[in-house]
Every structure is written in structure tokens, then in C-alpha cells.
Design a protein around this ligand. Sequence first.
Ligand SMILES: NC(=O)c1ccc[n+]([C@@H]2O[C@H](COP(=O)([O-])OP(=O)(O)OC[C@H]3O[C@@H](n4cnc5c(N)ncnc54)[C@H](O)[C@@H]3O)[C@@H](O)[C@H]2O)c1
Ligand SMILES: O=P(O)(O)OC[C@H](O)CO
Length: 332
Amino acid sequence: MSPFHGIGRVAVIGAGAWGTALALQALRAGAATALWARDPDRALAMRAARENAAHLPGQLLPAELRITADAEEALEGADLALLVVPCQHLAGMLPRLPALPPSLVAAKGVEHGTLRLPLEILADARPGLPAGVLSGPNFAREVAQGLPAAAVVASLDEALRQGAAASLSSGGFRLYDHDDPVGAEVGGAAKNVIAIAAGAVIGAGLGENARAALVTRGLAEIARLAVALGGRAETVAGLSGLGDLLLTCTGGSSRNFSLGLALGQGRHLAAILAERNSVTEGVATAPALLARAAAVGVEMPITAAVADVLEGRMDVVGAVEQLMNRPLRQEV
Ligand SMILES: NC(=O)c1ccc[n+]([C@@H]2O[C@H](COP(=O)([O-])OP(=O)(O)OC[C@H]3O[C@@H](n4cnc5c(N)ncnc54)[C@H](O)[C@@H]3O)[C@@H](O)[C@H]2O)c1
Ligand SMILES: O=P(O)(O)OC[C@H](O)CO
């Protein structure tokens, strides 16, 4: 257990939509909060306009929120760091940071090539650092606005998960502590992939029944992988799994769902991505998740179908046909 005693200062690393929303929440919960943006010009613009125009336009950033591109300054005296850089950039960003306090990773994905989950990336870069994940059904815009939302803080470190959940909760944001970081990370990463599938079936006009079946069978394959990696199936049935699937597979604001929707409507992946300035984690995560599952002998047919579509080996209708024609079996 870490000597974690509570939070007076929070450093949020990564000034995308989610980092900005979490910084606002930390501030609301009473922590002195700094938000680190890697680009000095962006930090300057955000400080001047009190707005993150690129990722959360129209949302006021109060004067008490310190915004800086200097990592030393952001982390000085911090009791907790929230690492909110997209999964594919986390490993590249960590060497730019000085010593970290206990940290929560809020990215959702699996790293291309190495097949690591975010906490594994952090543990490789900072061995022994008390760490956990923050994950749940949370659109950044709503959390920034203070609308009601819930998530989990999952860590093997009891003091960290309980202290962070208590200190970052307030008003509209309710954090549950959890002792299964693997289950929480697998759920958070994989829901992005299932959301692409859900969007694709709706975009291709295959119907609501198809979506409900995909989400439910998606949940089953996520649980199989979580268990194989040392997590628990019940975690996948909670906020970080089922909760996030419900949000991203039905909420039109999900980037993963909307990307799937456009693919289902026949648009090309490159064209969809070219129009976006924000991250769609499921695109890089689908093949990485599939490879990670294969390495532990877990079958993930929906994830495989999404990877096939993303990598141009199959169209959406063909992929769904293939799923429908798999051998019949018992549900569980
Ligand atoms: N936006 C949400 O509603 C939300 C909610 C929960 C979790 N998340 C997760 O949080 C993570 C961050 O997503 P986001 O929505 O804040 O991002 P975003 O799409 O709003 O912004 C992209 C971020 O990536 C950073 N970035 C781009 N290239 C980079 C590089 N080469 N090195 C380092 N950083 C780079 C940008 O600076 C910016 O901070 C993702 O894993 C996402 O799945 C997002
Ligand atoms: O917009 P998405 O699909 O990246 O989803 C954002 C969050 O992960 C929802 O919990």
C-alpha cells in the first residue's frame, strides 16, 4: 500500500477534451489543479482565452486552473497526477515528465505493437509507482459541465484508490473505488472497439436488434479477455465495462460510434479520420486488442470483425454475415 494520504494538488497531464474536463472536476472537488499541455502555444492560447478551443470549445476554464506547458511546474507539489494522453502516445510522453506522484491513467486503449494496456506502459516507464486507472461512462463535455456522472478508480493500492475516489468526487461526479485495474482497463479499451461495431451496424442499416446482439456478445468477449489477463468478469459488468458500452454504443457523441456509423454508410476510414482533430482510440486498439487476446488464447470474433473492416479486408455487411454464420453454440 502506498503512503497516499489525500489530495491537495492535482496535475493533469494532457489537455485534450478529457484532460480538460478532469481538471475542471479536480478543481470543483477542491484541489489546486494544474493542466499540462505539451504544446506551449496551445497552453498560451488556453491561458489567454480561458478556453480549450480545439477540444472543448465554449467551456470556461476558471482563472484558478493553472495551465502550463512546463511539466516541472505542473507537477510541482502534486499529490496525484492524472495521465490523460491517448494510449498510443502515452509511452512517448512519459520520458518528458519529471518524477511523478501516485498516478491514475485515464486513457482507454491497447498500445499498437507492444500490446500493452496503459497501466503496463506506466509500470514499464516508472516501476514501483503507485498507480491506478480512472474509467467509466463519461463524455468529457458533460463532465466539464458538471452534469451527473459516475466512474471507477481501480488500483491494487487500497490507499490510492480510496483516497483518489474520495478526493476527486464531488457534486455531479461520483467515483467508486475498485480493486480490479485489469478488468477496468480491458473494459475501457475494448468498449471503443465494440462501439465502432455498433455504429457500423446502424450505419449499414442492419437494425437495432443487430446492435443489441453485438453489444451483449461484445460484453461476453471482453469478459473472457479480462479473466484471461487476471481480471474479473464482474468488473466488466460494471461502470468501466457495461456502463461505458451503454454510453458509447448508443450515444451519438461517441467518436468510436460515429466512426463506425460512417464506415457502415460506406465512407472510407482515411477520409473519416482526416476530418477529425480528436482521437478515436478504437482504430489502433482493435488489432492490438485482438493480438493481445490471441496471445492468451482468447477468441474475440467481434473485435476480429472490426479489425477486418478497419484494415479493409471486409466490408461491414460481409463482416456481420460472417459473425452470423459462426457455428451455433451455448450462450455462456
Ligand atoms: N473525450 C472523452 O469524452 C473521453 C472520456 C473518457 C476517456 N477518454 C480517453 O482519454 C484519452 C484522451 O482523449 P481526449 O478525448 O482527451 O483526447 P482529444 O481527442 O480531445 O485530444 C487529443 C489529445 O491527444 C494529444 N496528442 C495528440 N498527439 C499527441 C502526441 N504525439 N503525443 C502526446 N499527445 C498527443 C493532444 O495534445 C490532445 O491532448 C483517450 O484515451 C480517450 O479514450 C476520453
Ligand atoms: O467518444 P469516445 O468514443 O472516445 O468515448 C469517450 C469516452 O470513452 C466515453 O466514456
